[in-house]
Design a protein around this ligand. Structure first.
Ligand code: 4AD
Ligand code: MG
Length: 467
């Protein structure tokens, strides 16, 4: 077959130079037609849309044509023509076809309408479906939007380590990293494992957050963000938890809690706007297929100011709901760590828009959060979203060395591995704030998918690390 340089389908469908000879390559979605002429719907992943290939059967070898089945990979040379029937403006009249890869008849994506559960079992092939093609193109676009947002505002992308030896934030839910022979563990007289001869000479784990190192950078470069994988061994088998997920953590010197809330709100709105501007075909597909309210919800978030509400006020609203007869599975009282049903009540039923809840009881938040004058609450902020619950968690940080140390001692946090963190409060400490956005939670919102396993290519959850 004559060598013509390849055009991606996304570009081809925009072309109007009818009569030109083109080459497209991709995977066959469907093939239908009569004894004289066949229509192949071809997709190459560059867009949700297929290009229609028109094949005049008389011009092609019968044996070759037999190989053009659903899932096969083909290269087509042909004439770009105006289309009347394909739903697209342009199509290709085939002049030459080469089968690059035939497709075995055990290909599991023969027909439409597989369940999400089934597609998770074939996660190596599900990117070939319309749905996952759309989700993963949106995922890429959101990553670009995030870098663009911070870069345009003078933030520096800072790489924090994935392997860490400080376990203060993730106590109890960290994955250990070791090269020790697990069949032959040496222990001391108290039965504790001896790590001196382990790879790092001490116990090490996968990070649950880049924040603490991010704070070091913010107090030097001014404004930074991290964007990397984080790992949590919490055994929560929910549609919103992964054991391996990606987190974006901006950290900014001189920002107080209000600046932090402004940044979080601008940031999410920027990402949502980006999806509508740059992924409209994919978002529209997901809207029409699964979730007729998706586009409206995305546009809604852009229009509305997020509610900003202290935790104590939030509890009052929830208690009033209980009095009026609303049934929650878990109890509501001041001091409780809100469950997702509580968060969603505030967002979906009471305010009907995103809520930033602030000033939580210190007992249910991390040691590094700035303590309020009341002695009971800290300057925390959680951004709560419709259908999702918590999408962002953050705070102003405790900048005062003595107050931070007192809290650390109250909580009995082992500080021997944390001396470097405390140095920030000794050497030119400054007010600073930051937060963490769960990347997959953002994607749940933007795609309308209902299970977090369906917005990451290869989900890691309890008892599941296939592929
Ligand atoms: O609220 P979290 O635990 O906050 C932190 O880790 C802070 N160090 C962030 C900071 O201030 N720099 O987690 C932040 C966000 C959550 O709001 C949620 O969106 C997401 O990370 N997240 C998860 N996403 C998927 N699976 C899990 N298991 C998650 N745990 C948290
Ligand atoms: Mg949180």
């Amino acid at each position: 077959m004559e060598k013509i340089s390849r055009t991606k389908i996304v570009d081809l469908l925009k072309r109007r130079d009818f009569g030109a000879m083109v080459n497209v390559k991709g995977w066959v979605r469907t093939r239908r037609g009569s004894k004289q002429v066949n229509f192949i719907a071809l997709n190459d992943g560059s867009t949700i849309n297929n290009v229609q290939i028109v094949v005049d059967l008389a011009n092609f070898d019968e044996e070759m044509l037999k190989q053009i089945t659903t899932g096969a990979c083909i290269s087509v040379n042909g004439e770009l023509t105006e289309s009347i029937g394909s739903g697209q403006a342009a199509e290709v009249q085939a002049r030459g076809i080469e089968v690059l890869g035939t497709c075995d008849n055990t290909y599991p994506l023969q027909k439409k309408g597989h369940t999400m559960e089934f597609l998770r079992e074939i996660a190596h092939l599900r990117p070939r479906t319309n749905t996952f093609g759309a989700v993963f193109r949106i995922r890429h676009n959101m990553a670009i939007a995030i870098h663009k947002f911070f870069h345009e505002r003078g933030f520096f992308y800072f790489h924090t380590p994935i392997i860490t030896a400080s376990d203060c934030e993730g106590a109890g839910q960290m994955f250990q990293v070791t090269t020790k022979n697990l069949y032959d563990l040496k222990k001391d007289e108290n039965g504790s494992i001896i790590y001196d001869d382990d790879f790092f000479g001490k116990q090490a784990s996968l990070t649950v957050s880049g924040q603490l190192e991010g704070e070091l950078a913010a107090t030097a470069l001014g404004a930074i963000y991290t964007f990397g994988p984080t790992f949590r061994a919490e055994n929560s088998n929910t549609p919103r938890h992964l054991a391996e997920f990606w987190m974006i953590e901006p950290e900014v010197a001189f920002n107080d809690i209000t600046d932090n809330m402004d940044l979080a709100e601008d940031f999410i709105k920027y990402c949502v706007q980006w999806a509508l501007d740059n992924c409209y075909d994919d978002v529209k597909f997901l809207n029409d297929m699964f979730d007729k309210g998706l586009i409206e919800r995305l546009q809604g978030v852009l229009k509305e100011e997020f509610v900003r509400l202290p935790y104590t006020e939030g509890i009052k609203i929830l208690e009033e709901a209980v009095v009026k007869g609303h049934k929650f599975e878990f109890p509501v009282y001041w001091g409780v760590d809100l469950a997702s049903e509580h968060e969603r009540y505030l967002v979906e039923e009471h305010f009907k828009r995103p809520v930033i809840l602030t000033d939580y009881p210190k007992e249910i938040k991390a040691f590094y959060m700035k303590q309020n004058e009341d002695g009971k609450t800290v300057r925390a902020m959680d951004v709560l979203f419709p259908k999702i619950g918590e999408i962002i968690g953050g705070s102003e940080r405790e900048a005062d060395y003595d107050k931070l140390m007192t809290r650390i001692q109250e909580l009995g946090i082992p500080m021997k591995d944390m001396w470097w963190y405390l140095d920030t409060r000794k050497f030119g400490s400054c007010p600073h704030s930051g937060f963490g956005l769960g990347f997959e939670r953002l994607l749940l919102f933007v795609t309308g998918m209902t299970n977090i396993r369906d917005v990451i290519p290869f989900p890691r959850t309890p008892r599941n690390a296939e592929f």
